[in-house]
Design a protein around this ligand. Structure first.
Ligand code: PEP
Ligand code: MG
Length: 756
């Protein structure tokens, strides 16, 4: 095919021949034999072999041109074994000039393949499952071109439908066999949106069975494609204008970008090109999607991956329009729908009846994924990075999605089910009560006022400020909006973003933390350095001071947004007071320029520091003399104090933040801050858990900043405690030799009627 090919156009004749062959009657084996012969001829290859996946994840040689005939139905390779097995296990093509040199080469004497050197193999994919492998081989050590790869992939797509649809393999064959499929199971994932939801698992069906692959009339197919594209754009306009999505927040932008994507000319052109190569409009969409999916496995850039999932969403939507098949309008969807999917685009989520949707679990996804942003705006519990989800969940299974912990419980026993449904009910009641109490002051029973603030990153979080009853934003992580942008936002975009955050907060003060990028917080468009130990690498203020243009631009934008308003800035990962002084000098310079331009100054400008690096603990007098406020970033501070990677699940329970060394340190910090008259807050995860908040208050901390959804429960804790004896008790606990004082504190809370 290569010499006659010149892109997909050359495969048109072959596609027709294949179709005619498959439609002709006769024995399947004869047809498959002719088929591999045809492909070998077209590809100018000495060998063409078709392997089909059988039960137990074994690939069986079903037909060959060029290898020994006696190997047919005899040669079998496990998934992962040999080059064919590797293609099946990765679902990706392989092109090798000398296959025998490949470390995974598995020699099978019955095939006689030792005389062939080069090899090009592609997976046969159906409903995303690998159902076989198609490979061509040549004696010479030749390199196969892009055109040849594309052509073979197109042929593989046609073959996959034929093989899959012909009953050559049983329905269950090739499926991930899991003898535990009926037992309860727990799958770990990560939280994309908090909350618990449970109900009946429904796999998100994107797969549309395409009945016709090869076009009868290319012009007709092109016309179908065009009209479905415009139909889809119109229906998207309706979908994205839904009432529950109104308001402010990134989800608005995310959906807007998605809509623009639908109108992207490059994408439409690739679809047309695929139709011109001889495919029906449906097959063209699938071809382009498969192609993108394969490219995408090599891409690590989170932004591009996110764009890809938007495109995949659009591709499937287009398929629905082309086939007139709307899977989400299925009337068989349960009332307690728990959606499970490999990934979802933002609009795909909206296709479901939100009133029935209890939770979502994904195999992929990340907290900044577009679908997660939309889920947060809609309050749907969601977890992601749940590997093996689709293989382990069967449609109709009862599942619990625990968004708080980031786990899925499959087919839980009745007792587990009951305790989660009690927890949901209790939580709903408590929530109602807490919401009713949100106007009550967060004051202890003996009259000490605690300031409860919210942590925010996306505008969606600010949207919850009012409902949470938080007094302000104690930590606005400015890097988070950067993480969902396409490129480094310029000063104007940043100004607009910060001004919007201030507008949304209204009278409540917002503490903007300057960019904390590097380490685990990667920006898709910022390569930074490949640090061996990123948490202790070139990150946050270190980058800011070494690349002052970037920090100055951010400071400029913050000053512009804060003109005529109260502005609070905070620098992350400060290790020595001198770094604060350098950052302050940059701020002074920008402020002077701001004023020289005749711009209005902030009504009040406060500059703070995150205390996350232990070295700062021994510079407190110098620090308190220069900082207007200090905020303890307990997440980072603890990882450095205990020398544990904060993201390592193996170490997550090894040391407890409720332990004597931590309590001793926090008591010391609170006392020092107090004696210098500098406000000290805690804004790490610790502050948002009632028991930890109790300990912090006992240590003398009076300002706590936490995710907005946690403010209400911490308020109840505050309002139910008495400070006097608590402080004494925490002092006692901090002198114990125990590894954890969690149980002691819990018992104390129980004895003193403190709400946890
Ligand atoms: C912290 O380290 O506790 C903190 C609040 O910062 P981040 O979690 O964003 O690193
Ligand atoms: Mg930190």
């Amino acid at each position: 095919m290569a010499p006659q090919a010149g892109g997909w156009g050359g495969s048109r004749r072959l596609l027709r021949q294949l179709r005619d062959l498959m439609q002709s009657g006769g024995l399947w084996q004869d047809r498959l034999d002719s088929l591999v012969r045809l492909i070998a001829d077209a590809m100018v290859a000495e060998v063409c072999s078709l392997y089909v996946m059988r039960a137990g994840e074994v690939l069986e040689l079903f037909a060959t041109q060029g290898l020994r005939r006696e190997a047919v139905h005899r040669t079998r390779l496990r998934v992962g074994e040999g080059i064919v097995g590797e293609i099946a296990s990765t679902g990706r093509p392989l092109s090798l000039q000398d296959a025998q040199q490949h470390p995974n080469f598995a020699y099978r004497p019955e095939t006689g393949e030792e005389i062939f050197h080069s090899m090009l193999g592609v997976p046969l994919l159906r409903d995303r499952r690998v159902i076989g492998v198609l490979a061509v081989q040549n004696k010479t050590r030749r390199a196969y071109g892009e055109d040849e790869l594309e052509a073979l992939e197109t042929v593989a797509m046609v073959l996959a439908e034929m093989v899959g649809g012909a009953g050559l393999i049983g329905e269950e064959e090739g499926r991930h066999t899991d003898s535990l499929a009926t037992l309860p199971a727990r799958l770990a994932g990560v939280t994309l949106n908090e909350g618990i939801g449970m109900g009946t698992a429904v796999p998100h069906e994107r797969g549309i069975v395409i009945k016709q692959i090869v076009a009868e009339d290319i012009d007709v197919e092109l016309h179908r494609l065009e009209s479905s594209l415009s139909e889809m754009q119109e229906s998207l306009d309706d979908l994205l204008q839904r009432q529950e999505l109104s308001g402010d927040g990134e989800h608005v932008e995310v959906l807007e970008t998605y809509r623009m994507f639908a109108e992207d000319r490059g994408w439409a052109e690739r679809l047309r090109e695929a139709v011109r190569s001889g495919l029906t409009a449906e097959a063209a969409v699938q071809r382009v999607l498969t192609d993108m999916r394969q490219r995408m496995t090599k891409v690590r850039d989170p932004y591009i991956r996110e764009r890809y999932s938007d495109l995949e969403d659009l591709g499937n939507r287009l398929l629905h329009h082309l086939t007139g098949n709307d899977s989400t309008a299925r009337d068989d969807l349960p009332d307690d729908l728990v959606l499970v999917a490999r990934n979802l685009g933002p609009a795909e989520l909206l296709d479901y009846d939100i009133s029935r949707l209890r939770a979502v679990a994904l195999e992929e996804g990340s907290p900044t994924a577009h679908v997660a942003i939309v889920a947060r705006a809609l309050g749907i519990p969601m977890i992601g990075r749940c590997s093996e989800l689709l293989a382990r969940v069967r449609p109709g299974d009862f599942v619990i999605i625990d968004g708080d912990v980031g786990q899925a419980l499959l087919r839980p026993r009745q007792s587990v089910r009951q305790s989660f449904s009690d927890a949901i009910e209790l939580r709903a009641n408590r929530r109602a009560e807490q919401l009713a109490n949100r106007a009550l002051p967060p004051e202890t029973r003996d009259g000490v006022r605690i300031s409860l603030q919210a942590n925010a990153g996306l505008l969606v979080d600010l949207d919850q400020l009012e409902e949470s009853g938080a007094e302000g934003v104690g930590l606005y992580r400015t890097e988070v909006p950067f993480m969902v942008q396409e490129r480094f936002p310029d000063a104007a975009t940043q100004t607009e973003l910060y001004a919007r955050a201030l507008d949304m907060a209204g009278e409540r003060p917002v503490t903007f933390r300057t960019l904390d990028i590097g380490g685990d917080k990667a920006l898709p468009y910022w390569s930074g350095t490949k640090d061996e130990n990123p948490a202790m690498g070139w990150r946050a203020i270190r980058i800011g001071l070494d690349r002052p243009a970037m920090l100055r631009q951010q400071l400029r934008a913050l000053l512009a947004a804060g003109a005529g308003r109260h502005l609070r800035l905070m620098f992350p990962m400060v290790s020595e007071v001198n770094e604060l002084m350098q950052a302050r000098a940059l701020l002074d310079m920008e402020l002077a320029r701001h004023l020289a331009r005749g711009a209005e100054p902030p009504t009040r400008l406060e500059v703070g520091v995150m205390l996350e690096v232990p070295a700062l603990i021994w510079q407190l007098p110098a620090l308190f003399a220069r900082a207007d406020f200090v905020s303890v970033g307990s997440n980072d501070l603890f990882q450095f104090l205990f020398a544990i990677d904060r993201g390592n699940p193996r170490l997550a329970r090894r040391y407890d933040s409720l332990s004597p060394p931590i309590l001793t340190l926090l008591r010391f910090l609170a006392a020092e801050a107090d004696s210098h008259g500098v406000p000290l807050s805690v804004c790490g995860e610790m502050a948002g858990h009632p028991l930890e908040a109790l300990a912090l208050i006992g240590c003398g901390i009076r300002i706590l900043s936490m995710p907005p959804s946690h403010v209400a429960s911490v308020r109840s804790t505050v309002r139910s405690l008495k400070l006097g004896s608590l402080q004494e008790y925490v002092t006692y606990l901090s002198g114990l030799p125990n590894r954890s004082v969690r149980q002691h504190l819990r018992a104390y809370a129980g004895d003193h009627g403190i709400a946890l």
